[in-house]
Ligand binder design. Structure first.
Ligand SMILES: [Zn+2]
Length: 453
């Protein structure tokens, strides 16, 4: 308490001296958050005693206390001892259900500091219209991007209810239908299924990529094979989901013989500015909660969890079938290969964003984003690198690519912030220790945002 008083006095003196100047540096008003450690998402060193000035929903200035003038008349919030990171950006979610259910998924994300999300391939035309309202900055929702309905081979992976063209012409027409709805991305599943012949064909993939680009949408593909990755980069695609290590379909969960991507492919990705969103949680969560059921004692996590999946995990018999399965250790070894893939491509300088397949049964919205960051650190990234993947890198993948006005705490960017009680650079799990969340310059009232059982 004494410390707060001293700080307040210091600030009052600072304000007095600013107010006494005949040439004020900045216009009056706004909000100044002072004293926190700032991790701005750019990769710069953290600033231990920062000032962030916010006005009209935007960051007006951010930096060290010495460098940043606090505007006359600004409301000052002392965040000494806290850490500020940018609002989190999840590049891989699947919204589910009615608008009311999606609203609940929005609220859960905001509770956990996820201020931007990309919905990637399962949105009906009605959902697209609803999500586009959230993209425009509707209160109570993260900034939302959508890929509408994705593309697959008829009878292929996730083909049911999706676009499943049989000719290039049909593929192009279906891409235009999605673009007419206003989608930002075009998603396709190009991954292993029961029979290789059921994979979407290279010719149709190329037509989808080409038509998407022609119409101003960004093509995105789920891959698990390097040859497919090469073909898609040659066709013009720059945004991959998952990895070149098998994560779905027959054979998934078994270590592969040559898990490392080739040098040739790494160079191809680097030269073409390709990004990956590897999505570790969707693989690990097949067993993670069964192995560590204590995690589910957290009431916030329980609230965020899919109720049916939670009921299954609450049953010890169900958990036993997972952890006592003969292939359990093999699954973990296969997952380690996936984590090694993340480390390899990150070390090669390839853009690694963060997305977790939130909305699938064992991957909860909100909480799951923090878990995915922890999995990146477990893969060998530093906490700083994981935070950048979860903020600036993801933001850079949204249209217009590389020009995001959010995802970092810098002058001119949208004021989306997460304020943490403890230091995530010491332990990445501390990103879950949230003090406050700001979306477009407004503090979010977090209580009551999570669904009640
Ligand atoms: Zn997905």
């Amino acid at each position: 308490m004494k410390r707060l008083h001293t700080l307040a006095l210091g600030l009052a003196l600072l304000l007095t001296s600013c107010g006494g100047s005949t040439t004020p540096v900045v216009e009056p008003g706004g909000l100044a958050v002072v004293g926190a450690q700032l991790i701005d998402g750019t990769g710069s060193d953290p600033i231990s005693d920062s000032v962030v000035v916010i006005r009209n929903g935007r960051i007006e200035s951010a930096g060290t206390r010495d460098a940043i003038a606090i505007p006359t008349g600004a409301e000052i919030v002392d965040l000494t001892g806290k850490t500020i990171i940018p609002g989190l950006v999840n590049l891989h979610v699947h919204y589910r259900g009615s608008p009311e259910e999606i609203e609940s998924q929005f609220r859960t994300q905001l509770y956990y500091g996820v201020t931007t999300a990309r919905s990637i391939g399962s949105d009906s035309p009605e959902s697209v219209a609803f999500l586009l309202e959230a993209n425009a900055g509707r209160p109570g929702a993260p900034r939302t991007y959508t890929a509408g309905l994705g593309f697959s081979h008829p009878n292929g992976f996730n083909a049911s209810g999706r676009n499943a063209p049989t000719t290039e012409e049909e593929a192009r027409a279906l891409v235009r239908d999605q673009v007419d709805l206003g989608v930002h991305f075009i998603k396709m599943w190009v991954n292993e299924v029961a029979e290789p012949g059921l994979k979407i064909t290279p010719e149709i993939r190329a037509a989808i990529v080409d038509e998407a680009i022609l119409n101003g949408a960004i093509p995105v593909a789920h891959i698990d094979d390097e040859a497919d990755g090469r073909q898609l980069v040659e066709a013009g695609l720059r945004d991959f989901l998952h990895s070149t290590v098998l994560t779905f379909g027959p054979g998934a969960g078994v270590p592969v013989e040559n898990p490392e991507p080739s040098q040739e492919f790494l160079e191809m990705c680097l030269e073409n500015g390709v990004s990956f969103t590897p999505t570790l949680s969707i693989v690990q969560n097949r067993w993670h909660f069964a192995e560590q059921p204590g995690l589910l004692d957290d009431p916030d996590l329980r609230a965020a969890f899919n109720p049916d999946a939670l009921a299954r995990l609450d049953d010890p018999a169900n958990r036993a079938t997972v952890v006592e399965a003969p292939e359990f250790e093999e699954r973990k070894a296969a997952f380690r290969q996936l984590q090694d893939f993340v480390k390899t491509i990150h070390d090669a300088g390839i853009k690694v964003a963060l997305g977790n397949d939130a909305g699938t049964p064992n991957v909860p919205f909100g909480w799951g984003m923090h878990h995915e960051m922890a999995l990146y650190v477990d893969s060998g990234l530093t906490p700083m690198q994981a935070i950048i993947a979860a903020t600036a890198t993801g933001a850079g993948q949204m249209p217009p690519v590389g020009e995001a006005d959010f995802g970092t705490v810098e002058a001119g960017k949208a004021a989306d912030l997460v304020v943490l009680n403890s230091d995530p650079l010491v332990d990445i799990q501390n990103t879950l220790d949230i003090h406050q969340v700001m979306r477009l310059g407004e503090w979010i009232e977090r209580s009551g945002l999570l669904p009640t059982p």
